[in-house]
Each structure stands twice: as C-alpha cells, then as structure tokens.
Ligand binder design. Sequence first.
Ligand code: NAD
Length: 560
Amino acid sequence: MIDEMSSSRTDAPCGWQILNDPRRNLGGAFTDQEREEHGLVGLFPDAVESMDTQLARARMQCAEQSSDLAKYVFLSALQDRQERLFYALLRSDFERYMPIVYTPTVGEACQKFGHILRRPKGMYLSLRQKGRLAQVLRNWPIEDVRFIVVTDGERILGLGDQGVCGMGIPVGKLALYTACAGVPPEVTLPIALDLGTNNQAFLADPLYPGLRQPRVDGEAMAEFIDEFVDAVQEVFPNCCIQFEDFTNKNAIPLLERYRDRVCCFNDDIQGTASVAVAGLFGACRLSQMAMKDQRLLFLGAGNAGVGIADLFVKHLTSQGVPVAEAVAQCWFVNSRGLVHAGMPRLPEYLTRYAHSLAGLTIPPSAPSGADSPMTQLLDCVETIRPTGIIGVSTVASAFSEPVIRAMARLNTRPIVFPLSNPTSKSECTADEAIRWSDGRAIIATGSPFPELSFGGKRFVPGQGNNVYIYPAVGLAIYATKAQRVTDEMFLCAAESLARETSEADLSVGLIYPPIESIHETSVRVAIEVARFVFDAGLAREDRPSDIAAFVRAHVYDPAF
Ligand code: NAD
C-alpha cells in the first residue's frame, strides 16, 4: 500500500527532491548560493566539490568492487543516483567502463538480473497489459521520448532466452547512446516486452521477476507487438524504436513488417552489418584489396550474418557490381553445414545465399543423410577459399587452429572476424588468430581482447562493436527527426566510420578508430549520417546551413 507520507513536512523546500532526482542531483557540486536557493544547505557535507573530485571518488569506489558484476551494480546505482556523474565517468574512460555497462559484463548481469535487481529502470510491458499498452506507456513521466530500445529477451547476446531479465540490454544500449554520441538521456526509454520465458531455470527461480509462464509466439506475439508499435506511435509520435535481441526467426520479419511504416531499426541486423562492413573497408585498406574481390564465408546464418551480407551486397551494387555477382561472394555455414541451393528447410531470408555447388570439389566429410554435403568448417574453407571468415554463430572456438592456418595459407592477409558475444562464445581469441596466421590475420572481435605482441610486433585487436555505429546513427536520427531509418544510412555510417581510422591505427592492425575517442568519432559519423538524412529528404527538421554545428548543438554534455 502506498502511504501518503503523512509524517513528511509540507513546507520543506525542494532540496530533498533535488537530492533524490538523479537527473538534477549534482552531489557536492552545488555552490553555496545554489544550496541557499534550493533548500540544500545541510543536506551535503560542507565542501563544494568539482566534477573531477567526484569522478576521482567514483573511480576509486568502482575499482574497489570485487568483480565485474559488482562494478556493474555499482555503476547502475550511480546512474540511479547521479546521472551526470555516471555519464562523465563513462566518458572519462570508455575502455574501462564500456565492457562493464555493456558486453561482456551485461551478459552476466542479464543472467543474474533477478538476483541483482535494485531499482528497476525503464518499462516492463507484459502480456497482462495487452489491450491497454498505450495507457501503460503514459505512466512514463517524460512526454517527448525519442528512442526506445525494446527486447523480448528471447536471444540475449549468445546466451539464449533470458525472459524479462534481458532488460539489461536495452538499459546498457541506451546508456551508450548517451555516453558515446551524446543523445540526451531524458529522451531515451528502455523497454522489456514480457511474453513469458522458456528458460526453465528462471521459471523455477523464486527470484525471477517476470511473467511466470512459457513464452508465447506466433499470432499472439505478433498481435502484442503490433499493439506495442501502435501505442508508441500514439504516445511518443517522434520516437524511433530500436528492436534488440529478438531471436532470428522473429527479428527479420519484424523489421520487414515495420521498417517502411514507422521510424525503427534492428541493431543486431543493421548496426552489426554497418560495423562489420566498416571493418571490411579497413581490412581492404590493410590488404590493398578491393571490396569486390572479397569472398566471405559466414559461420552462423542468423540476424548478424545475413545483415552483414546484405549490407556488403548493397555496397557492392552501389559500386556497379551486378546483384547476382555480389550475392555470389557470400557463403553461409549454419548448424547443418554449408548452406547450398539444395538444402531443405531454408528460411526465406537465406535463399538468395544458397548457391549451387556445381563445379566445386566436395570432400566426402558429411555423414549420409545430412542436409549439406559439407558439415566441417575446415572443408568449407578449403572448398570455398574465402578471403574472410566471419563468426556469428555463438560457437566458441569454432575458428580452430587448422581453420585459421588454412585461411593463412589461402590469403596473404586473411580476414578473421570472430564476432560472437560474450567472450565465452567467441569463435577464437585475438591471440589465436594472430598466432595461427603468423601475424597476418586482419581481425575484428565481438568482445574486447587485450593488445598483444607477436614476432616483435604490437597488435591492437579492434572490437567490431556496434557501439561505433548505433549511437552515432541515433544522434543523427534525433537531431534530424528522421522519419525512417534506411540501410543506406547504415552504409553511410560504415563509410564514415572507416574514414575515421588513421594510418597509425592501421599500422598496429587496428581497423577501427581507438575506443577512447569514440565520443568524437560518434559525433563526426552522426554529422555525415545527418547530412545523408537531409539529402535523402527523410528529415522532419528543416535543413540547417551548417549541419555539423546543428548536430553538435544536440549533443548532451554531462559536465557540471
Ligand atoms: P542468431 O541466433 O540470429 O544466429 C546465430 C546463428 O548461428 C543461427 O543461424 C544458428 O543456426 C547458427 N549456429 C548455431 N550453431 C551453429 C554451428 N554449430 N555452426 C554454424 N552455425 C551455427 O544470432 P545473431 O544475432 O546472428 O548473433 C550471433 C552472435 O553474434 C551472437 O553471439 C551475438 O552476440 C554476436 N553479435 C556480435 C555483434 C558484434 O560484435 N558487433 C553484433 C551482433 C551479434
């Protein structure tokens, strides 16, 4: 029962409310004058503290936490207490804090969400609210929400069904919209759609905080999501919806259903594609090869793999390569083996990459009755002879020593992108890719790996992290009030990001700009995407004379 706080003073000034509002609470930074004006005198110790002092304290407190998960909980509490300090801390050291608020630690945070839960963030829309989602959305206190990241928790990173505990992902992604690109936090809203869960451990756990029933799918799911999308249009008409961590059988159809109707995108598909294609541009600079000469073999034929292939094809066709030729450069291996034209039960989105095997010499590796004549990745590499292998399978160690040695034999500079997250699912480590290729592999990893040396040379593994893309695209959408989000915007982001990689970065094998500079990188990429949005006639804002200044004027600055 909600007590009306009958014992509280009605004549107290608003200082206490400021202290308890994370958006307005500046900790000890309030000046003497502000303390007098807002009734804050006596609510803080005497010293007026600079942001640097408070950052030093927060840094020290975070470092004292005993595990990455404890650091996650600490940072989450800081966000709930003092939002500006939280963002200033993230921005002060991305390399240190990003792996905590996002992958890989966020994976563990989702798995243990029901146990570490303190103050819930964002909104939880469960099947029990079906029929009144618009009314429920109005419980959110901010009127002009501009970004919703929404998940149904069914495929969280490579960790499977996390039910409502998948909320860690929208929360973490939106924190990075703000930290990296400067999208103001007040316009963002993380949402978990609770459609039940098939995670038996969760259903048996008394601390699981979601709907305690098996997950619904099919028609019932479609109706619920339709109502949700309509409700967002009604309550937050300028909002962009980012679909996140839906399972692949739903993600692609959902994107197809809504992309031309409302302002939305799917980061697992389009953001991943963009950062991977940016990595391929960087790889081409290192290997002195053209994009059109790359032949890619994808391990994993889900959201990420198909998204990357589609954007790669879009780039090649924009350069005049016929579609059929571009598509023929992409091959897929799924859990049943090499995808080919005769493979049964192929999902619609994969059929264009199901090539004929005529003319290829097929090694006799597959068991009889298999759906594919090639079930071993090594055989696929030897037969297809790719210039790059892209791991989006969630199969740890799938890029084995023989696979990478084969890539290194076939290519002077083999492209090896083990993109699966979290670290425990990575197809290989950065160190393995470099060692087994005698230092010649061009790598991008999904999770962060430390820099290393081989043969007396320093290597800095680039993280093919979507965070290089979606916050920047988000800032452009926010500033321009884009009506729709198109693949071409993601291609523009990939090209702009690739231009941000310097020769010095490339000299240590780094095909992305350093993560420390991600804020400025994101803003610069956002400026290019915003320019594209204006040129394409997709903006709802009038075109300004100086697009760079216009975008920069929208950037949130946590300084106080
Ligand atoms: P998904 O579930 O849509 O696809 C996974 C695919 O892997 C499925 O097609 C599945 O059939 C296939 N697969 C499973 N076992 C396999 C096996 N033994 N051999 C070959 N293929 C197998 O997931 P997704 O969204 O495509 O993501 C895949 C992975 O990529 C996840 O770990 C995710 O975290 C990671 N990812 C990384 C980035 C990034 O680093 N930028 C971005 C997006 C996704």
